[in-house]
Design a protein around this ligand. Structure first.
Ligand code: BGC
Length: 376
């Protein structure tokens, strides 16, 4: 059976600067050895090779983030060389017919911003939007899609509630303050970006889970909808990252029991429920991340096929899904878990010069992207 995807569907992969680039000094690298990504995948120097890999998968889009700490090493001081670096990267994407989707904030921060009180500073949104305005002005001739903030819910929960990521805060009260400042930063960025061009498409990428169990509605409200509700008049699309089902207090739906290398349950049907639930925002939807840690690439081929099958069903059911970005193009620095979890369609051989080795699943993904269809 052939399942066709809509015309002009965007097929891509996603990365984030700190996880792949290498050589970045920011609040994470400053937080001690465990948090220092070091040279990572040296994507900063090897991005052309990596974009060639994306091209070889017949992708027509690519999502990546710009590292604020590189661009603005001191408040109000912009580094022209770094601006040129990302400009060149964007040009290399365009040369390969890969539509750039830029994330402006994927969790890592300039040290000076943190020293000023990070997202708890009452001027945080002023600093952030200053950076946003600079970037969008610089690349406005090349980029249309802007993702202001990656997974504000995951970020606030690790960095301000559980306290296992910089700045290691554990305070429910502070979470509320940070949420307020992130929402404010997004809304101001939205206005700024639209002032630069009304045609630009602006959104966030939220992490939505497929919740099960008795606390389903409560958790959906706080985890899946808090940010989308807060910014709902300030988004041109809904960006969603889907990874897992979460059962809170008794499982009502049974997941199929398969798990990734990180013990995350694999539940492809979950993406269908998550997508259906996003219809309420009446905006185009982009799946800005979806993937799994699977070093042996044993489960990834089926993972991709099964998730896309459910995505297709959601589209048939009326959800306006316009793109899919697999996480990730290459193996990378998985935050506090280090380099062990392998999320890449392409393996990085860390012991052998960071050699790029495409996994078999990349061929399967390439075939789907080429045909704009699943053959199941
Ligand atoms: C994040 C990525 C991360 C991935 C896998 C998402 O929550 O945006 O940075 O690597 O999940 O954990």
């Amino acid at each position: 059976m052939i399942l066709k995807f809509p015309k002009n569907f965007y097929w891509g992969t996603a990365t984030s600067a700190y996880q792949v680039e290498g050589g970045i000094r920011n609040d994470w690298s400053n937080a001690g050895e465990k948090y220092d990504a070091g040279i990572a995948c040296d994507h900063y120097n090897r991005f052309e090779e990596d974009f060639d890999l994306a091209k070889s998968m017949n992708n027509n889009a690519h999502r990546f983030s710009i590292e604020w700490a590189r661009i603005e090493p001191k408040p109000g001081v912009f580094d022209q060389k770094e601006i040129e670096h990302y400009r060149n990267a964007i040009l290399m994407l365009k040369q390969r017919n890969l539509e750039p989707f830029i994330t402006l904030y994927h969790w890592t921060l300039p040290v000076w911003f943190v020293e000023k009180g990070h997202w708890l500073n009452k001027d945080a949104s002023k600093y952030f939007t200053n950076f946003v305005e600079k970037i969008v002005e610089e690349y406005k001739d090349l980029v249309k899609f802007w993702i202001t903030i990656n997974e504000p819910n995951v970020y606030t929960s690790h960095s301000f509630l559980r306290g296992n990521w910089p700045p290691f805060e554990k305070s429910f009260y502070k979470v509320q303050e940070v949420v307020r400042n992130l929402v404010d930063s997004h809304k101001k960025s939205y206005r700024i970006i639209h002032k630069i061009s009304p045609n630009f498409q602006v959104g966030i990428a939220n992490n939505n889970n497929c919740f099960q169990g008795i606390l389903k509605y409560f958790s959906e409200h706080y985890w899946n909808h808090q940010f989308f509700d807060a910014i709902k008049d300030y988004q041109d699309f809904v960006g969603v990252n889907y990874y897992i089902p979460v059962s809170l207090w008794r499982n009502l739906i049974r997941a199929d029991g398969e798990k990734s290398d990180m013990s995350w349950e694999i539940y492809p049907e979950g993406i269908y429920h998550v997508l259906k639930d996003l219809r309420q925002y009446k905006k185009p939807v982009y799946i800005t991340e979806n993937g799994l840690a699977d070093a042996k690439d044993e489960k990834r081929p089926k993972f991709i096929l099964d998730h896309l099958k459910w995505i297709h069903k959601a589209i048939e059911g009326g959800v306006d899904v316009r793109g899919y970005f697999h996480w990730s193009l290459i193996d990378n620095f998985e935050w506090d878990k280090g380099f062990e979890p392998r999320f890449g369609l392409v393996e990085i051989d860390y012991k052998n010069n960071l050699k790029r080795i495409p996994r078999p699943s990349s061929k399967i993904y390439a075939e789907i992207c080429k045909n704009n269809a699943l053959n199941i």
